[in-house]
Design a protein around this ligand. Structure first.
Ligand SMILES: Nc1nc2c(c(=O)[nH]1)N[C@H]1C(S)=C(S)[C@@H](COP(=O)(O)OP(=O)(O)OC[C@H]3O[C@@H](n4cnc5c(=O)[nH]c(N)nc54)[C@H](O)[C@@H]3O)O[C@H]1N2
Ligand SMILES: Nc1nc2c(c(=O)[nH]1)N[C@H]1C(S)=C(S)[C@@H](COP(=O)(O)OP(=O)(O)OC[C@H]3O[C@@H](n4cnc5c(=O)[nH]c(N)nc54)[C@H](O)[C@@H]3O)O[C@H]1N2
Ligand SMILES: [Mo]
Length: 692
């Protein structure tokens, strides 16, 4: 028997991007471990990825190209050859492109975060073809936009510094589920005497383990941040020297913050005056003593109408108290902007045809149902889906399903499994997993450039995404050598080796070593140097004004809440959020039996008061509904959800859920204030006992 160990990288959409060691015995991957030497992975994997072989060798893996037999959505297919599949795709796409290539739409997100198997050959292909562009907004663009207006780039406190923080505010994140290696650092900080505070409407696994939990109303974080500013400024808990040197617009901010007395803040956020005042004092006083205070803000705050502004307001706080002076102070939303990724080489935007229209992936439900018009352009006639499962994860799912069910839509899906979306494919193609292909990775929770070596041969007839697009490009007569580059050749271009942070990074040595840390200062903004237009932290942002937004921090209420929309709330009085379940990764892993059985079944957490008025008892089946749709799950009566809030951990595969539906049945396609992003957690519903 030959046994080898291969260096790999976890490809999933998670901040941690772990370094993996794959044990391969006679060509079979037998174990997936976290690399003990990689500083952030530290030899630890989440339950999902430690079961990666169960996913890779799953009996349901797609192994052959298939063509649809039954109706769309029915999921009946017949096996065909690669030659037939590529022929049919090339013929159909060529015919559509001859009329108008913009009727063709790529639909992809972060099923793999790989820079090669994500957008490389695929982007070149669609750019050259002149297809519609996809605005990839489904996750993070609201927060990114708010963060960038304020401090210039998605650069923040290094994960590896958090164990030295003395106060860690976990603001709208549930790291035990979604950012485990940050949580390990936070635990270390706790052992070193730090205080941990969670700000979350739900008593998540993480909130439960923090010293304090502030359960504000969903979508009110921007108001809380303004209230904190008011106390910090009025009680002079600010760092005047830092403000004078490195920030812009303090006087205007001061006026704005003055509108947010603790009483008003507490009322809007549905919390106590003490909670507001004490949080501000603790944060400001500690910073004043020179102790590192850090905020880990996550995506929970930004999936509401004012989500971009919420992140912006939070991002102002460290500059106000001078927290950036310390490497273990500041704020982190995402580290992704630290990486000098050479997107121009990977994706070749220079191939773009002038005037390509852009379709927002968040509104795919509406857009698939639109006819041609001067404003919209041509009707969408073909969708190529890869690295995504829109039928399960996109909001307002009834519309998404209706769109994918269109008989006149040509749909190609590249997948590992027959997902809810795959059921609608005309042609379904088997893609390789991370163990079977090469890739290069950045991360959004740490600062290491990462390499993934292929550990095993592709299963069945599966091919990497890149190879599938190479084949389609060749069959469509695209002869430029950029459509033939190998995965290794592409990976070698992933990072810009002339950039100071990645100087001399070399793909061959990265593959051997597995990772390499970016060269960055420990405290990136200790002396200002913010990558904003002014070079300062912008409390006042002229860019925001130019973009039609309030240039100062403000509060934009949720679109659907009891306070902001009493008419809607009279019909649908409960706020619903649907954050990630610990054992799933978006809709990935839902079909891995051991993980699904740990997660159990789709549940709705609901407060005892809200049950009492509805006659619902624990364990009973309930229907959750609004004007958009409905789904059924089992009620769990618990005070984890504050009264007025219901929580459905997500994202279930519809076909593996109770009634073939999931939480996105009721979420809306309305967009955030900035970044054109979804508002998954801005959803009013009613809940009732399921009548047999
Ligand atoms: N296990 C697991 N890990 C994951 C994922 C997964 O699906 N499963 N998904 C990955 C992806 S793609 C992402 S984007 C991240 C997301 O993970 P996080 O960044 O942690 O964000 P969310 O899970 O959206 O929400 C986290 C917390 O925010 C709370 N929350 C909801 N609304 C509000 C609000 O208005 N204000 C505040 N303060 N809190 C609110 C929720 O109750 C939840 O506990 O995790 C990644 N990691
Ligand atoms: N209600 C609700 N909806 C949500 C969210 C929520 O919190 N609540 N979260 C939202 C967020 S933050 C995000 S990021 C999106 C995520 O939405 P998606 O990015 O669509 O993520 P997944 O659902 O995990 O689907 C990814 C698919 O890619 C496939 N895949 C993985 N690797 C490869 C590969 O190498 N090649 C190919 N061809 N396929 C591959 C996987 O098998 C999987 O089916 O969901 C959003 N939807
Ligand atoms: Mo996400």
């Amino acid at each position: 028997m030959t046994t080898t160990q291969v260096r790999a990288t976890c490809p999933h959409d998670c901040p941690d991007t772990c370094a993996l060691l794959i044990t391969v015995e006679d060509g079979v991957a037998t174990e997936v471990k976290g690399d003990p030497d990689h500083p952030t992975t530290a030899g630890v994997l989440c339950t999902k990825v430690s079961r990666y072989t169960e996913r890779t060798y799953h009996p349901d893996r797609l192994l052959y190209p298939m063509r649809r037999l039954g109706n769309k959505g029915e999921g009946k297919f017949e096996r065909i050859s690669w030659d037939q599949a590529i022929d049919e795709i090339a013929t159909r796409l060529s015919a559509i492109a001859a009329k108008n290539p913009q009727a063709i739409l790529p639909y992809s997100y972060a099923g793999t975060m790989g820079l090669v198997q994500g957008e490389s050959i695929s982007a070149r292909f669609f750019h050259h073809l002149g297809a519609s562009l996809l605005d990839r907004t489904i996750c993070a663009t609201a927060g990114f936009t708010g963060y960038k207006y304020t401090i210039g780039a998605t650069i923040g406190t290094d994960l590896e510094q958090f164990q030295n923080s003395k106060l860690i505010i976990i603001w709208g994140g549930n790291p035990i589920a979604s950012n485990l290696h940050f949580w390990m650092r936070a635990q270390e900080a706790k052992r070193n005497g730090a205080k941990l505070i969670a700000i979350d409407p739900y008593r998540s696994l993480t909130a439960e383990k923090c010293h304090q939990h502030i359960a504000l109303l969903p979508g009110t974080d921007a108001a809380l941040a303004l209230g904190l500013m008011q106390v910090l400024i009025s009680e002079n808990l600010i760092d005047e020297d830092y403000i004078a040197r490195y920030t812009l617009g303090f006087d205007q901010l001061k006026q704005r913050a003055a509108e947010w007395a603790p009483e008003r803040t507490a009322q809007v956020c549905g919390i106590t005056v003490d909670e507001v005042v004490n949080l501000a004092r603790e944060y400001g006083q500690m910073a004043r003593r020179g102790e590192p205070v850090a905020i880990r803000t996550n995506y929970g705050v930004q999936r509401v109408a004012g989500g971009g502004m919420a992140v912006r307001n939070i991002t102002c706080l460290p500059a106000l108290v001078g927290a950036w002076r310390h490497p273990a102070g500041g704020v982190q939303l995402s580290s992704s902007g630290s990486f000098p990724v050479n997107s121009a080489a990977l994706q070749r935007p220079d191939l773009l045809k002038n005037g390509a229209r852009t379709i927002n992936m968040t509104t795919i439900g509406d857009d698939l149902l639109k006819n041609a018009s001067p404003e919209f352009g041509p009707k969408i006639e073909a969708v190529i889906v890869y690295n995504s499962n829109p039928v399960a994860i996109a909001p307002d799912s009834p519309k998404v399903m209706q769109g994918f069910a269109r008989d006149d839509l040509f749909t190609v899906v590249l997948e590992h499994f027959q997902t809810d979306t795959a059921d609608y494919a005309d042609i379904l193609l088997p893609a390789t997993t991370q163990l079977e292909h090469v890739d290069a990775h950045k991360a959004y929770g740490h600062l290491y450039m990462m390499a993934n070596n292929a550990a095993i041969a592709p299963l069945g007839e599966a091919k990497p995404n890149t190879e599938i697009f190479r084949l389609i490009a060749a069959r469509m007569g695209f002869t430029d050598p950029i459509f033939q580059e190998s995965d290794d050749e592409i990976a070698a271009q992933a990072f810009d080796a002339r950039h100071a942070r990645a100087i001399n990074v070399d793909w061959e040595s990265l593959k051997r070593k597995g990772w390499q840390k970016l060269s960055m200062p420990d405290a990136p903004f200790a002396e200002g140097n913010f990558p904003t237009p002014s070079g300062k932290c912008e409390f006042y942002s002229a860019s925001m004004l130019a973009d039609g937004l309030d240039p100062l921090p403000t509060y934009i209420p949720p679109r659907e809440s009891v306070a902001s929309n009493p008419v809607l709330a009279a019909k649908y009085p409960l706020a619903m959020i649907s954050p990630p379940a610990r054992n799933f990764l978006n809709s990935s892993f839902v079909n891995v039996t051991s993980l699904r059985s740990t997660e159990g079944e789709p549940r709705l957490d609901i407060h005892p008061d809200d049950c009492a008025t509805r006659g619902i008892v624990d364990g009973e089946m309930v229907r959750i509904f609004n004007d958009r749709g409905s789904f059924v799950c089992k009620a769990r009566v618990t005070t984890k959800a504050r009264a007025g809030l219901v929580v459905g951990l997500s994202v279930w595969w519809k076909k593996l859920a109770t009634d073939g539906k999931n939480a996105n049945e009721v979420t809306s396609q309305a967009l955030t204030d900035m970044g054109r992003a979804p508002t998954f957690y801005d959803t009013l519903v009613q809940v009732e006992k399921l009548h047999a």
